[in-house]
Design a protein around this ligand. Structure first.
Ligand SMILES: Cc1cc2nc3c(=O)[nH]c(=O)nc-3n(C[C@H](O)[C@H](O)[C@H](O)COP(=O)(O)OP(=O)(O)OC[C@H]3O[C@@H](n4cnc5c(N)ncnc54)[C@H](O)[C@@H]3O)c2cc1C
Length: 378
């Protein structure tokens, strides 16, 4: 009989909680660490919602990974009976000749994804919450909607615990390193533990924990702002999430209770974070100017004064492709970091891939374009 592998998960956030679930489900002995507790909002997760979408706006190579994630989202919901994701659709909008809109159209046709192309006139009629310009186009992704990030992290972590994983809360890992002869050692303020392998998912703290990484991950501060409609919607009306390209790139997600709409801007609008331990969570009035301008220009049904604002942080690689795979000096340490604004929708698939790599040393998922193996630049 094969011996049971002992695997550490460093960081029980978005990807780490999913990795703990997948590892525990596959019979590993799992110990997961977090500097806070699962579901906290001091890093990349938090803020009530994230977009799930089947259609990728930048790179069709993510499509098979999104499909794998999609199946695991369903599985986690079924296993736990929690509504982690609601499929309300996602509307991509922008000038018909915008390169991102062209990529969306290329990706849906190349991968045979369910979609609907809607011209500007029809958008104005069907979705009066948006002000569109002549020459705009919209693509509706019906297998899309929103994810509830805090609930997802807590649910995946709880499911992992039900399956036998132990979670060491408020227990920052200070060092992860290989042990002579194989295996990994994890050092915390309370002691040192040995494992057969470690899955390392520290999000924005990756440079803090692994200062000698050969790849650069820059941490950026992203603001979310919530806006109220000027009139009540019809009860039970499900409005889609949306992404607007061309000019200022921004996205919006109706809140799960239907009472507000959360907006976010693209990476170009994020400030750098020098130290993830000192994220500035205060949002200055001038940081809201672009949000207000977008509401005035494109979202006529919203009051342009935000009712809530929050700051989060995320790790970005130079290519925006995440780093997934072993560290150069240690096959037993599997790194997953630098999700560059893409990680939530993919997180169950990333957790499953982490389990493949930690338990079997390989995965059948198509990760050639994001693997750390032979990768010289981030
Ligand atoms: C505002 C915003 C909006 C976004 N919108 C979307 C979206 O709509 N759709 C989408 O798919 N993605 C979206 N993303 C991206 C997505 O949220 C991230 O890619 C994802 O959350 C990153 O997951 P992670 O596991 O790497 O990091 P995290 O979720 O931050 O987890 C890292 C965990 O590691 C812990 N940790 C760190 N260091 C240590 C240590 N030394 N010891 C122990 N624990 C440690 C932290 O406490 C944390 O819990 C968005 C990101 C932001 C910031």
């Amino acid at each position: 009989m094969a011996t049971r592998k002992r695997v550490a998960v460093v960081g029980t956030g978005t990807v780490g909680s999913q990795a703990a679930w997948r590892l525990a489900a596959r019979g590993a002995e799992v110990v997961a660490y977090d500097r806070f507790a699962p579901g906290h909002d001091r890093s990349a997760a938090g803020g009530e919602t994230r977009v799930f979408r089947s259609v990728q706006t930048d790179d069709g190579r993510y499509v098979p990974l999104v499909r794998h994630a999609d199946a695991l989202w369903e599985q986690l919901q079924t296993e736990t009976g929690r509504e982690l994701r609601r499929l309300t659709g996602c509307l991509f909008m922008g000038p018909a000749d915008d390169p991102e809109m062209r990529t969306v159209l290329d990706v849906v046709s190349e991968h045979g994804l369910d979609h609907e192309v809607i011209d500007a006139e029809a958008v104005a009629k069907r979705f009066p919450q948006f002000r569109v310009d002549d020459g705009d186009l919209a693509v509706l992704d019906p297998r899309a909607g929103f994810i509830r990030p805090e609930l997802t992290v807590q649910t995946a972590a709880r499911r992992a615990e039900e399956l036998g994983a132990r979670i060491r809360r408020y227990n920052p890992v200070r060092e992860v390193g290989p042990v002579a002869g194989g295996g990994v050692e994890i050092r915390t303020d309370t002691g040192t533990e040995r494992f057969d392998a470690a899955v390392v998912t520290p999000g924005p703290w990756v440079g803090d924990l692994l200062p000698d990484l050969p790849w650069r991950v820059d941490v950026h501060r992203a603001i979310s702002a919530w806006f109220l409609p000027t009139e009540d919607h019809q009860a039970g009306e499900q409005r889609p999430a949306f992404i607007r390209t061309g000019g200022t790139h921004f996205y919006g997600i109706p809140s799960p209770d239907g009472l507000s709409v959360k907006l976010g801007l693209s990476q170009a609008h994020h400030k750098p974070v020098d130290d993830p331990n000192r994220l500035d969570r205060t949002v200055a009035p001038e940081e809201l100017e672009t949000f207000t301008a977008m509401v005035r220009r494109h979202l006529p049904g919203l009051n342009p004064d935000p009712v809530r604002v929050s700051a989060y942080m995320e790790g970005y690689t130079g290519s925006t492709r995440p780093l997934v795979g072993p560290l150069p000096d240690c096959d037993d340490v599997i790194l997953l970091a630098g999700f560059s604004g893409q990680g939530f929708k993919l997180s169950p698939a990333l957790g499953d891939i982490a389990a493949d790599l930690a338990l079997e040393g390989r995965t059948s998922q198509p990760i050639d374009f994001i693997t750390t193996l032979d990768r010289t630049t981030a």
